[in-house]
Design a protein. Sequence first.
Length: 844
Amino acid sequence: MSAAAAPRSLLAESPDLHLLKRSPNPKRIAASNRPKPPESPPPQRPAPARRRRPPPLAPAAYERLLRCASRGPSLALVRLAHSHMLRTGYHPGLFLCNNLLAAYCRCRDMRHGRLLFDGMPRRDVVSWNTLIAGYSSAGSPLLALGAFRDAWNSGVCADRYTYAAVLGACAGARDGRSGRAAHGLAVVSGHACTAFVTNSVMDMYAKCGMIDEVRLMFDRAEERDEVSWNLLLSAYVRMGWPEVAMNVLVWMHRSRAKLDAFALGGIVKACSELEDSDDDVRKMLHGCVVKVGLDLNVFVGSAMVDMYAKNGGLEEAIKVFDCIPDQNVVVYNAMIAGFARLGNDPCPEIRIEAVRIYSNLLQRRIRPSKFTFKSLLEVCNLINAVRCGRQIHAHVIISGFEGDEYIANALINLYSKVRAVGDSLRCFHRTPKQEIFTWTSMITAFMQDGHFEKSLDLFRELRCMEIEPDQFTISIVMNTCAALSMPMICEQMHCYVAKSGFDQFTVCGNSQIEMYRNIGDLKAAKKTFEKITCLDTFSWSQMVLSYAVHGHGREALLLFETMKDRGVTINEFTFLAILVACSHQGLTDEGIRHYESMKSDYSFVLSLNHVACMVDLLGHAGKLSDAEDIIMRSGWENDPALWRVLLRACRIHGDKERGIKIGEKLMAIEPFDASSYVMLYNLYMDAGKISFAMRTRGLMRERGMTKETGISWAEFGGSIHHFADGDNSCSQKNEIFTRLEELFVRVKQKTEHGGMNVWESGFQSKKVAQSSISKHGELLAVANGLSTLPNTAPVKVMKNQRISWESHETLKLLSEGENREIIIRDPSRFHHFTQGSCCCQDYW
């Protein structure tokens, strides 16, 4: 053994080490030798004891709870009571099931109500009545009628409440045929003789628009109560017959029947549509309201406010408004709408009171409705308060009404009035449900802003979306076609109107007259006028204006006399057409007489257009002092349009001194209008004041103004051709200029008399260079038309400036030499050239 292994062996066998070891436990050794038992699963937690169901309430307690829930109505409380029945295992009887069904119907939760009804072990007539009435009040009249059929097929014996419920459903569905059938069943069963069912039948016939049956039921009723009287009164109000409703009101008073708030408020609202001459009727109604004690009622009070405000009684409306103690949003809406319906007479300071009333509404923490904003925006539109309208638009967005189609319509109209067509288009696109009147407003906005092509494109988009336009949409589109003055488009629109049946509407006929007037077709305008079955004031006025602008002043005056003989109402637009006729025809005495008659006999307020026509009439007649006096007394002495008309008259009659004075004043009023500088420059040149003329031209250059280029356009071959004054570069590249020179040669040959050319001598007397005549765009357009159009077709040309003397004389000779009718439309009138003469008789 080695030395290294010896110590380990000694240590292993040392007795001291054995003493340090733990002695084995015999019991443990025995236990370790035993077989191990299988492992047992871990002990589980004892299951909690099941809760005991709470005891159900007494039937009377459930009944009181459901009655309280129905009074609210509170759907959460109804569901709480129902869930308590289910959790407690309570099985309600028929009476309590009917109460629970009635509570669901009162809360308009017909889905759970129907589930409850289908699960009822037993049903009676009350159950069916409750279900039918619930569907009807929830706005599902067809489901109500279906429930009645199920009840009838199941053999339920209907009572008077059943018939009242099913008649209410027929009224909601506006189903007069089913209503008649239900009425017949009520008669057969003997329940129709009671006032309760009779009133239901009357209400059904009234809502279905069968007013004769309503009156027949009332006259044959064996029992009448106050509800019967009020239903008859409301039926006439709903039909829009306030006069008959007033007779029923007098009859009720004699029969000592009591009025309710609904009927009286309805007749008050209906009488708001009466004419201003019925002021005594309104006062009588107000007295009746006070006498029956309903003057503090919110519904009647709002109707009274509406009645007075609609007919100009603003002070009375404010007094009624202030007397109503519990003012809600409906009363505020009626008051604000009253300011919007005042017409065009009130000054802006009166209308702005509507905004103050709206501020008061906000201070009282009353939530505005969409009708509040609609009326406010209409007020802003009437007074051109765009800044205020934008603020209200912000309130609309905050209140969540921006997507409402009526508010969007008001916003589009507001922005379009100030030519903010981009804002109008944004409001249009943000409206999710675009009704036809929204489309019409947007089409109108494009038309008023001069975007006629976009207006027509939007109408085509409307048609592609299969949205049916109404007569007002068609009228606006026809006005757009009239503004474009394109004969082919106007004829296409006429065909569409005739094919779609819109020609039966007066408003479309009026627009068609304007459309044909603007394209120079007076015969078609007259034919349209004669075809209109129901002529209104605007129809007559449009035809008078058509005669006026086409140079038929005498015919316009005769038609005006026919209007008066037939008792047609005459308005300010009619007188404007008459003054235009007198101005264009030089009928000075007749014009002065009608101008004075408008003020003295009809008490009409003069507009700027009326005064402008009168200034033009007196100016053409050489009465320049009288024309200036009219301007100074009109209230528009700072309006440049009136002075521009008088300045033109001064140049025609050679009153250079007055013209220069007016021209300098016009430059001070409107320093950035180029036409004023051009007319003043010509006056200085006529007066021989060359230095002043050069100074005027220098001012134009300094201020960056240029004379507006004369543009003429015409439709040839289905496309529009434009011709600019002085644009020889274009005319020399085609045959138009050559054709025009050929026409000039013919004119010279026809005007040779005794070795002197009348045409050329006229240019010399007017100091007009003969070479400049070929630069006029309207003559180039006429030359093109004579070359391309059929020999029998008239040549129609539009021009953006007044026609010059040299063009006027040349066109007279061309019409005679070519034996063609030539029609020129300038900004003020039409010129019809036929056989060497013009319809204006050289007076323009």
